[in-house]
Design a protein around this ligand. Structure first.
Ligand SMILES: Cc1cc2nc3c(=O)[nH]c(=O)nc-3n(C[C@H](O)[C@H](O)[C@H](O)COP(=O)(O)OP(=O)(O)OC[C@H]3O[C@@H](n4cnc5c(N)ncnc54)[C@H](O)[C@@H]3O)c2cc1C
Length: 356
């Protein structure tokens, strides 16, 4: 096992983004260590993750895709409650084999940590010295904030018929509602006012399912059971700079987003990929010029993804009929204009990055 003292790069935070960076750097022959404050046995609340096709490519290149239990998404249906207009994106529209893959955060993390141990990458509780410290702690300290005044209810929902390969995104006046297929059930991520989220999270099952059917309708089938209900706060946080003196920031430590478009981890994995490319040949990984190259490479992708996500989180709120009409035309236009659809879908999959 490599010793922390000899590490060139110390990655703080063994979440999915930190682990992937460590695996990519290890594969490139760099001496890397991981520092994690959470005990190995700590449980994480249920959280669904929709991985894009680009994230699959990154995980493959990190040697961590094979054996991961995922459910493919072949189609995404987007609609709004109380107004006309809908759009349907398919893998064929985007020119990719599969639009995305749903995995439970905990399963993904477990698999990544297994690979880290298998590769004998040091994983420790305390920080040692290194030429470069990469922050992957999952929260963007010193960041610019936007509180959406919302929480998300996260849960696993059973339907009749069972979930297959379609993901659903429905914008309601109170907040966005996503259903992502996972092993025959749907993962629900439902944004709303925090007080309503608290009430619904504790409500009897039948009452919860009735509220869900009221907001979503019947297009995914009948809601028959719910499990693993939890709440998550929703905010946008972006660090003004993703580099410092012998420091770099990746994943949620650089930016954390509203989950409406399922972009947070996908963007974080592209951070890890670009940083690994920049560090691959660098003589001194902590050198200012090297870190500036990383910051410049990430700027367009991060800025675009933050703006699109923020627009989707705020632009579809409220019950104003005129705004509903404009959004309806937007969704319909996206649905019938194939080049626009392909452009939008590929941007959500690859960002502006150079992958594949
Ligand atoms: C409800 C919900 C649904 C989501 N759905 C999606 C989705 O569909 N698709 C998507 O791409 N993204 C999604 N996201 C976002 C995604 O979960 C995050 O972007 C992702 O987890 C960020 O990964 P990370 O490794 O940067 O941070 P984290 O996952 O937060 O991991 C950070 C790690 O650092 C450790 N740590 C913290 N402080 C320290 C310290 N001082 N020293 C050492 N270690 C430390 C923590 O214990 C943790 O293990 C969703 C988020 C939410 C809330």
């Amino acid at each position: 096992m490599q010793s922390t003292m000899l590490a060139e790069v110390s990655v703080r935070g063994a979440g999915p983004v930190g682990c992937v960076l460590a695996l990519l750097l290890h594969a490139a022959g760099r001496k890397v260590c991981l520092v994690e404050k959470k005990p190995a046995a700590a449980k994480t609340p249920f959280r669904p993750i929709a991985l894009s096709h680009a994230s699959r490519l990154i995980l493959e290149r990190a040697g961590a895709w094979h054996g991961l239990e995922t459910t493919p998404i072949d189609r995404i249906h987007i609609s709004q409650q109380g107004a006309f207009g809908r759009s349907c994106l398919s893998a064929a529209d985007a020119g990719v084999p599969v639009l995305g893959y749903v995995v439970a955060y905990e399963a993904l993390l477990r698999a990544l940590l297994d690979h880290v141990r298998e590769k004998r990458i040091p994983l420790e509780a305390g920080a040692g010295g290194a030429s470069l410290v990469v922050h992957a702690e999952g929260s963007a300290s010193g960041a610019e904030d936007r509180d959406y005044g919302q929480e998300a209810i996260v849960a696993l929902v059973s339907t009749r018929p069972t979930a297959t390969d379609t993901a659903w995104e429905r914008f309601t006046p109170q907040g966005p509602l996503a259903l992502l297929p996972l092993a025959g059930r749907y993962c629900l991520v439902w944004g709303m006012h925090p007080e309503r989220a608290r009430v619904l999270c504790d409500a009897p099952e039948a009452e919860f399912l009735q509220a869900l059917a009221g907001a979503f309708g019947a297009r995914a089938g009948a809601f028959i059971a719910v499990a693993e209900r939890a709440r998550a706060p929703l905010a946008l946080r972006v660090r003004p700079s993703r580099v410092g003196e012998r420091e770099a920031y990746i994943g949620n430590a650089a930016q954390s987003l509203h989950p409406v478009a399922g972009q947070g981890l996908n963007l974080g994995l592209r951070d890890a990929w670009d940083l690994a490319q920049v560090l691959r040949e660098a003589q001194d990984p902590g050198e200012a010029r090297v870190l500036q190259r990383y910051a410049a490479a990430r700027r367009p992708d991060a800025m675009t993804t933050v703006r699109v996500t923020d627009f989707l989180a705020r632009g579809f709120l409220g019950a104003n009929p005129l705004a509903g009409l404009v959004r309806g035309f937007g969704l319909t236009a996206l649905d019938i204009c194939l080049p626009a659809k392909r452009f939008f879908a590929r941007r959500m999959i690859y960002g502006t990055s150079a992958l594949p």
